[in-house]
Ligand binder design. Structure first.
Ligand code: ASP
Length: 451
């Protein structure tokens, strides 16, 4: 039995919805369908979720909402018209969109989430009705009825562990169940969404809950590429990745799947596949617990920008008890998250994401390092990128780092830092952002285009 999730681009138009229908109809094991809100039909179009944000803002600011309401309702109506059927749910959808602008504004922490969730919720209604009309009995099911109970954290819900048992009972449904992605319901019956892009999380939770054999995540690419296609020409798509490899790649900028979506499927030991709605015969990328095939030492190379390094030197730093803790305490007190901490003998760097800092925070960090910790030198370096080469099999291969550093040196890329965790799933290089593309190309050639 499979849980199949479709992203917004797969549900943006009638043509796309018909592809989705064919995909579900083609395989009787596809029993659970998780849907996003309709996405963009073309580059200039607006995602329904973004239109709902605009509608919400107008409502709370006391502005006229009629144009926004009409646009959103028409978006569903156009779909129905293009699909060429009489949708009974259209009246319910219109009412549901209009009712949003009557909900209390004051003391309502969940108002924004309730607006946003309407995008997926109404899409699920429409898709269920269309599937049934087209000959495949399907039933819309609200997350509350599905048992998706979440924490009370608006815009950042977490699934409550007790939900899984309730979700398991969906197993026995006779029709194909159409479940809106992106949100759950709190114990107090409030609509609460996951973070943006969170329909992937719903799919993963349902897959783990019903103990599916496979979680299929349909998007608009043939799986995950070994490197960013905007930088590398025609990178090959990866056939198989482990969850740990995916986690590392997602950390460093691979964004095909929401990073919180990996956990439920991983814990439930459910394999996941990323597939293309526009090319469903392509096998896509499978994400598995352990490699089932002979894998290359490096399966993918990711790069991510906007890193900053706080570089600290102090003679005999290594003999000072608690030095590292004190550095991190400075950051903690300023509520700053850090990512990596490569060290030398008398120096230490703390690498963090640029968004964690402000000019005032930077000044304060330097002041405290100089005065409280009496460092010899402290400086903050901006415009850094990280590049990660990722692969579980690196562990059993000697010379991977050598191949990488050789390739980088051939292109005269200066390595600001190198770091490898004990798990040896990845090696991270820090380079200047201006050298990022050159570095990525050199590494891609060394690991994927050699011989
Ligand atoms: N529609 C939501 C968003 O745009 C969730 C999703 O598509 O996964 O963020």
């Amino acid at each position: 039995m499979k849980v199949t999730k479709f992203g917004g681009s797969s549900l943006a138009s009638a043509v796309q919805v018909q592809k989705v229908f064919s995909i579900i109809q083609a395989d009787p094991e596809r029993r659970f369908v998780v849907v996003s809100a309709p996405g963009k039909r073309n580059a200039a179009d607006t995602k329904v979720t973004d239109a709902l944000i605009k509608y919400y803002k107008e409502y709370v600011d006391g502005k006229d909402v009629t144009a926004s309401q009409a646009w959103i309702i028409k978006r569903y109506q156009d779909m129905v018209d293009e699909l060429g059927f009489q949708a009974k749910s259209m009246a319910k959808i219109a009412q549901d969109i209009e009712v949003l602008a009557t909900l209390p504004i004051e003391d309502n922490d969940f108002l924004y989430d309730t607006f946003l969730a309407a995008g997926e919720n109404n899409n699920a209604r429409l898709i269920a009705e269309y599937f049934t009309h087209a000959g495949l009995p399907a039933r819309y099911i609200h997350p509350k009825e599905a048992g998706l109970i979440v924490s009370s954290e608006p815009g950042n819900a977490r699934i409550l562990p007790s939900s899984y048992d309730r979700i398991e009972s969906l197993h026995d449904a006779e029709e194909v169940l159409i479940i809106p992605g992106f949100f759950g319901v709190t114990v107090d019956n409030q609509i609460c969404t996951f973070s943006r892009g969170g329909s992937d999380i719903t799919g993963s939770i349902i897959a783990a809950g019903v103990k599916a054999d496979l979680y299929e995540n349909f998007t608009d690419v043939d799986g995950i590429f070994a490197a960013h296609p905007g930088i590398i020409d025609n990178p090959h798509s990866i056939e198989e990745l482990t969850y740990r490899e995916m986690r590392e790649l997602a950390y460093a900028g691979f964004s095909v799947l929401h990073d919180e979506a990996l956990l439920p499927a991983y814990r439930g030991k459910i394999p996941l596949v990323i597939k293309n709605t526009n090319n469903p015969d392509h096998p896509g990328t499978r994400i598995v617990l352990n490699h089932t095939k002979e894998a290359q030492p490096v399966v993918g190379i990711a790069a991510d920008d906007d890193f900053v390094s706080i570089n600290i030197s102090k003679y005999l730093m290594n003999r000072e008890v608690g030095f590292g803790r004190k550095v991190l305490q400075v950051l903690e007190e300023l509520n700053i998250r850090w990512e990596h901490m490569p060290t030398g003998i008398d120096d230490l760097s703390v690498v963090l994401r640029g968004r964690e800092l402000t000019p005032i925070k930077e000044e304060e960090i330097l002041r405290q390092l100089n005065h409280k910790l009496e460092v010899d030198k402290a400086e903050i370096e901006h415009d850094l990128s990280i590049i990660m080469i990722v692969g579980e099999k690196m562990k059993s291969h000697v010379g991977v780092a050598a191949t990488a550093t050789h390739a980088l040196s051939e292109k005269h890329v200066n390595l600001a830092m190198i770091s490898q965790g004990a798990s040896e799933v990845s090696v991270m290089f820090v380079v200047k952002t201006s050298e990022r593309d050159e570095a990525l190309k050199a590494l891609y050639d060394a690991f994927f285009n050699a011989n």
